[in-house]
Ligand binder design. Structure first.
Ligand code: 13P
Ligand code: MG
Ligand code: MG
Length: 391
């Protein structure tokens, strides 16, 4: 994408920093719930140790059974050493997970050898390099039991809809809108993407983003300051790598907030909606995306999709935080409402849209069974009496 250099007024010379979130599900206690304390301890220890060399700063946590390594450095996006640190950390975590008999130990490590980048190996990553603003505010999103399109509706509403994002009306910095980069996740020949500006192409953006199983927001940029990236989402699909269902994608995302971007609180109502997304039990159903605090176990209630949000301030790469953005008292009420949506949907069991459409089903069994029924279908004439094949 070509971008002209428009500087944010009054920023002066600040540091260029890279934020990398690399995450993986490498096993959990008693099902797809939470990693063990020992496994998280290994991850935390590795990140802490790297703070003295490779990294400026780091933070380790989990959402459901996915462990996230949050790292700051100056090495740019896709740096081989940073990715190797994450890969080796997850390999060490897997060894421990296996000794503990954790369920799905090493689930997201789909390849044996590291080849310079975790992309295509199983772990998910969201990375962004930017020049720090004097008050650089970040919101990091970590998902579990959901696909990479799970953030489509909340991010669309926050970056393109003034009903939810009043900053688009009241702030000159936001008034020009944002550019959306959208990935076609069904295309297997590489990263097939389209870049569309909002509000000019709003209906085209909406037409794509409504299909969260096929299209996912990969990135969002400011239009007034085209060098300024607002959002980076990790859009790796495990199914595309493994060729079959091995676990859900559980996307990480980096969102820069405040000033030339929507304010942190403008993301509250859009996540409070609890939009229905694909995922949950066996990766084969639709349930609402539940906003949860950091380090929440996956829900025994049908593995309802979940997202946590970590607020950080960054200065010269040093992270201050996190502020647990879905933990204040208001979210109890939101969670009650989202739980209500989930329970209502579960009442209709396997019937669509509670179960995903056949084209999206992550488990092969039902698809194979329907193929088997094909030969029993017969084209019949409209005649009176019992149909052929009835006893
Ligand atoms: P995870 O991808 O989070 O392991 O979930 C897998 C699953 O199928 C839960 O039912
Ligand atoms: Mg799992
Ligand atoms: Mg998971």
């Amino acid at each position: 994408m070509t971008r002209t250099a428009t500087m944010i007024p009054g920023r002066g010379e600040t540091m260029r920093v890279t934020v990398s979130i690399i995450k993986a599900d490498i096993g959990a206690i008693g099902g797809h719930t939470i990693p063990s304390a020992e496994v998280i301890g290994i991850a935390r220890e590795r990140v802490e140790r790297a703070k003295r060399s490779l990294l400026i700063d780091g933070y380790t946590c989990h959402t459901g059974d996915d462990i996230a390594l949050i790292m700051t450095h100056t090495r740019g996006v896709g740096n081989a050493e940073v990715h190797q640190l994450a890969w080796e950390t997850f390999v060490a975590c897997t060894e421990k997970a296996k000794t503990q008999g954790l369920y799905g130990a090493g689930q997201d490590l789909l390849k044996d050898a590291f080849s310079g980048n975790v992309r295509g190996l199983g772990p998910g990553s969201a990375e962004m390099e930017f020049q720090e603003r004097p008050s650089e505010a970040l919101m990091l999103l970590l998902g579990d039991k959901c696909g990479a399109g799970a953030y489509n509706l909340p991010l669309y509403l926050a970056f393109a809809d003034p009903m939810y994002s009043p900053g688009l009306l009241v702030s000159e910095a936001l008034h020009d809108g944002f550019t959306f980069q959208i990935l076609d996740m069904d295309y297997s020949g590489g990263d097939r993407m389209i870049t569309l500006p909002a509000p000019d192409r709003l209906y085209d953006i909406a037409a794509l983003l409504r299909d969260t199983n096929r299209y996912a927001i990969r990135g969002i940029w400011s239009r007034k300051f085209p060098n300024e990236q607002a959002v980076a989402v990790g859009t790796e699909r495990l199914r595309n790598i493994a060729g079959k269902y091995v676990g859900k994608d559980d996307p990480p995302a980096i969102v820069r907030v405040q000033k030339i971007f929507p304010a942190t609180e403008e993301f509250g109502p859009v996540f409070g909606l609890g939009a229905f997304v694909g995922g949950d039990t066996r990766g084969s159903h639709n349930l609402p995306l539940m906003p949860v605090p950091i380090n929440t176990p996956a829900s025994t209630y049908f593995c309802c999709p979940m997202v946590s949000a970590l607020g950080f301030s960054v200065h010269e790469g040093i992270l201050t935080g996190p502020s647990d953005l879905f933990a204040d008292p208001f979210w109890h009420h939101v969670r009650d409402q989202v739980a209500g949506k989930a329970m209502e949907m579960r009442r209709q069991g396997f019937f669509e849209p509670a179960m995903l459409p056949m084209s999206e089903l992550e488990y092969g069994g039902i698809v194979a069974r329907l193929k088997g029924l094909e030969r029993e279908f017969k084209v019949q004439q409209q005649t009176a009496g019992a149909p052929a094949g009835s006893e």
